[in-house]
Design a protein around this ligand. Structure first.
Ligand code: CP
Ligand code: NVA
Length: 322
């Protein structure tokens, strides 16, 4: 994963298709090597440290990164914006410059995407986007690894269907799925479509790969021929005031067995959700079924962020069996 060395992970479209494949291979190798047991002698990031700035809540991103860094022999520091000077008493660019003097890399979860871009510009160490209002690259990597594992390797010709909000998660999936040879169908209600740039980029990747990118407002059309149906909350962090209008707009978008059957999903379709999940977007029957890959998907957040840190700081690692 030499193409990652020293670079910021702001969004996945900043990386080549080869870079994306490299990071997924490194994630899989780390998982194979470290999952079943502690390997204390494998400490490629010994002496390195990571600051994690959180302007929003997190379970998976925080715990996967903190635990993953420890598994690699390094140290992670959790900084909520309540506890540090950021934004209240100190400009972001000053914080970025100071943290760069202490830490080897910086992960940040922010509201505006421009905050990540500013951190990347001001910091002299690599930045990791731990979710912005526009993108969640770490999640899309974990989702891709989960789908690869489920299919036993290649995703070529498989169809990923998004049924939900045109938000940060699908924006990042659009930068990965077509580049792994997948068809992508996206159903969003009118007014909740994906943003222009990730769509333009996704369409470009699909054209290059010779795959389909289908956009619709009809969930049934989106799940036709689907191998993976994915969704997310209808009310993202920061949108709490819009809850009532969002619940109304997404009526008919709940992922259920009946929806998948009526729309003509493949018989063995699998379900993805980045979590945290609310029952309105997917019913319990699907969410807790054997179709649901959500627990593997959550676990894979750790293996993928470990690969990202290792690639940014070392350009990869020699792992037995890679
Ligand atoms: N999927 C995800 O990013 O979860 P957290 O908000 O718990 O980090
Ligand atoms: N779309 C959600 C993802 C949370 C991991 C949000 O931005 O809140």
């Amino acid at each position: 994963a030499a193409g990652w060395k020293g670079r910021d992970l702001v969004k996945l479209s900043d990386f080549s298709t080869e870079d994306v494949k490299d990071i997924l291979n490194l994630s899989a190798a780390l998982k194979k090597h470290l999952r079943k047991r502690a390997v204390p002698e494998f400490a490629p990031l010994a002496g390195e440290s990571l600051s994690m700035i959180f302007q929003k809540r997190s379970t998976r991103t925080r715990v996967s990164t903190e635990t993953g860094m420890a598994k690699l022999g390094g140290q992670a520091l959790f900084l909520s914006s309540e506890d540090i000077q950021l934004g209240t008493n100190e400009a972001l660019c000053d914080t970025a410059r100071v943290l760069s003097r202490f830490n080897s890399c910086i992960l940040a979860r922010v509201f505006e995407h421009s905050t990540i871009e500013e951190l990347a510009a001001e910091s002299s160490v690599p930045i990791i986007n731990g979710l912005s209002d526009s993108y969640h690259p770490l999640q899309a990597l974990a989702d891709a690894l989960t789908m690869q594992e489920h299919c036993g390797g290649s995703l070529e010709g498989k169809r990923l269907s998004w049924v939900g909000d045109g938000n940060n998660i699908i924006h990042s999936l659009l930068a990965v799925a077509p580049r792994l040879g997948m068809h992508v169908s996206v159903a969003t209600p009118a007014g909740y479509e994906c943003a222009e740039e990730p769509l333009r980029q996704g369409a470009e990747y699909a054209t290059a790969a010779g795959t389909e990118l289908l956009l619709t407002t009809d969930p049934l059309k989106a799940v036709a021929g689907s191998d993976f149906i994915a969704t997310d909350t209808w009310v993202s962090m920061g949108q709490e005031d819009e809850k009532a209008s969002r619940l109304a707009a997404f009526s008919g978008y709940q992922v259920t067995e009946a929806m998948a059957a009526e729309g003509g999903a493949s018989n063995d379709w699998a379900f993805l959700h980045c979590l945290p999940r609310k029952p309105e977007e997917v019913d319990d029957a699907v969410f807790y079924s054997d179709r649901s890959l959500v627990w593997d998907e959550a676990e894979n957040r750790m293996w993928t962020v470990m690969a990202v840190m290792l690639a940014q700081l070392r350009g990869g690692a020699d792992i037995p069996g890679m």
